[in-house]
Design a protein around this ligand. Structure first.
Ligand code: HMG
Length: 296
């Protein structure tokens, strides 16, 4: 069941940088271009959300408009509502993502509405995106725990995932937003969701707050999932756990997959270089253990 190829969905320029100190638009553009040169084919480069809520992403339009696009690379953006979608289309996003949650409290704090209200908001986004021929990805946050509610029922994760899938999302990314999962419950969750959404339409989006992300991914690969989200240099913190690491570092993921003989198409050294450069711009060292080892 373990796939022999994995598609990496790089979220450093969005999920990572939304949780870091601001960097310049030019730094973001350079990062996205360096990721492309490293062989990353799916890059989340922008987020059209309220600049009052997430000021770090306020220049998303300028980023998307000014990158030198590489053939075969998809540049995507988060769009919580119709306004976000229109901005993303205007800036030239190749695909967009709507983002919901399996926790009511998280949904309320993240996008200022309940799960049900979020589904209502997503419907016109989906309709307009389909009309514009733009693929829509769906995120479900808090699939292995919530910072406000603690444990989340797997049935709720499966329910929300199925709703987003049936609305027309081409892929559902399962977010362990606060990185609390461990391998056995991560695998149980993926198995349960795959009863409702085909496993080849699922992606793993596991944060590394508790250092479990690689182990969780390894356990879930056995279910057949073959799309994994990660963030170069481990960019991104966790607003709910001060000082905690954020997303799983793409370099660490690629290193593990290389060792398993699973193809990603990514050049690890160029990837680490991209991660080191953006880390320098942030005034910190890379969050990737592999990148540190290679550089050393
Ligand atoms: C969703 C809203 C906008 C609702 O926010 P709201 O206040 O309920 O919305 P509103 O429609 O009442 O609008 C309020 C103001 O925001 C503006 N506005 C409204 N929409 C937009 C937009 N698209 N782009 C730019 N501006 C927008 C709107 O124009 C208005 O401006 P004002 O009149 O006050 O000047 C807000 O809650 C928001 O922006 N939240 C951002 C949440 C966010 O970005 N979270 C991080 C991403 S999710 C994540 O990281 C998890 C994930 C995906 O990685 C998976 C995982 O790890 O679990």
């Amino acid at each position: 069941m373990t796939p022999n190829k994995v598609s990496i969905f790089e979220v450093g320029a969005r999920d990572g940088l939304q949780n870091e100190l601001p960097v310049t638009t030019q730094d973001k553009i350079a990062l996205v271009e360096a990721l492309g040169r490293a062989g990353v084919k799916r890059i989340e480069a922008a987020s059209f959300v309220s600049p009052k809520w997430v000021p770090q992403m306020a220049d998303s339009g300028d980023v998307l408009r000014n990158i030198s696009r590489q053939d075969g690379v998809t540049y995507s953006a988060l769009t919580p509502n119709l306004k976000g979608l229109e901005l993303a289309l205007d800036a030239g996003a190749d695909e967009v993502a709507i983002f919901g949650a399996a926790s009511q409290s998280f949904s309320q704090r993240n996008i200022n509405c309940s799960i049900e209200e979020s589904i209502e908001r997503f419907a016109p986004v989906m309709e307009r995106a389909i009309a514009a021929n733009i693929p829509v990805r769906g995120y479900v946050s808090c699939v292995l725990g919530c910072p406000y509610e603690g444990d989340i029922a797997i049935s709720e994760v499966a329910r929300v995932s199925e709703i987003l899938y049936k609305m027309g999302c081409y892929e559902i990314s399962l977010g362990d937003t606060i990185g609390v999962g461990t391998p056995a419950n991560a695998r149980r969750m993926v198995e349960a969701v795959s009863q409702k959404v085909p496993v080849d339409k699922l992606a793993l989006h596991f944060h590394d707050t508790y250092g479990q992300a690689l182990a969780n991914i390894l356990a879930c690969l056995e279910t057949g999932v073959s799309v994994i989200d990660s963030s170069v240099a481990g960019l991104g913190g966790c607003p709910y756990a001060k000082g905690a690491s954020g997303n799983l570092a793409t370099e660490d993921l690629v290193y593990m997959l290389n060792g398993l003989g699973i193809e990603t198409g990514i050049d690890l050294h160029l990837l680490a270089k991209a991660g080191n450069t953006i880390s320098q711009a942030l005034g910190k060292s890379t969050g990737s253990k592999v990148a540190r080892a290679i550089s050393g």
